[in-house]
Write a new protein. Sequence first.
Length: 184
Amino acid sequence: MPRPHNKEDLLKAAQENYESLMSLINGLTEKELNTPFDFSGQPSKKEAHWSRDKNMRDVLIHLYEWHQLLLDFPKNNKGVTDKKAAIAFLPADYSWKTYGAMNQMFWKRHQETSLEAAKAMFKKSHADTMKLIEGYSNEELFTKAYFPWTGNAALGDYCVSDTSSHYAWAIKKIKAHKKNCGKS
């Protein structure tokens, strides 16, 4: 599916990928749900997330936490009319060069969160994110720098990254895990 460039396509892609992700998760066997993720024997999977996430909960919590960033972004910048006064998308301690450490912090924060709680949190954050997107016009979402606090990007770019694109990432990861479970 091509990257969405308008509100209608964004909502459609986000919902379709969400449903595909949830269908994939709900179709996993007990073995697949309970087997820890292990991609250590696959040299092509060298990005940090392949070793960070150890189970389904970790993937869902990652998506949930990024939803929180997106949900907070407009709220934190309500009334901001000057780019210099904007509160960044990422928390103050992190940048786009160090967001891997932020992802690790999210991972550590939720090691006591159950899979069922993670599913519920993700389900709610997805619904909240969809509601957020629905509250903006196509122009507000897809005009670059429409809001001073989005910098040179469009708010819709953040939304695409946090929904359909992120869900596609999770689907790819879970399918790779499922394939590994079938080998053992």
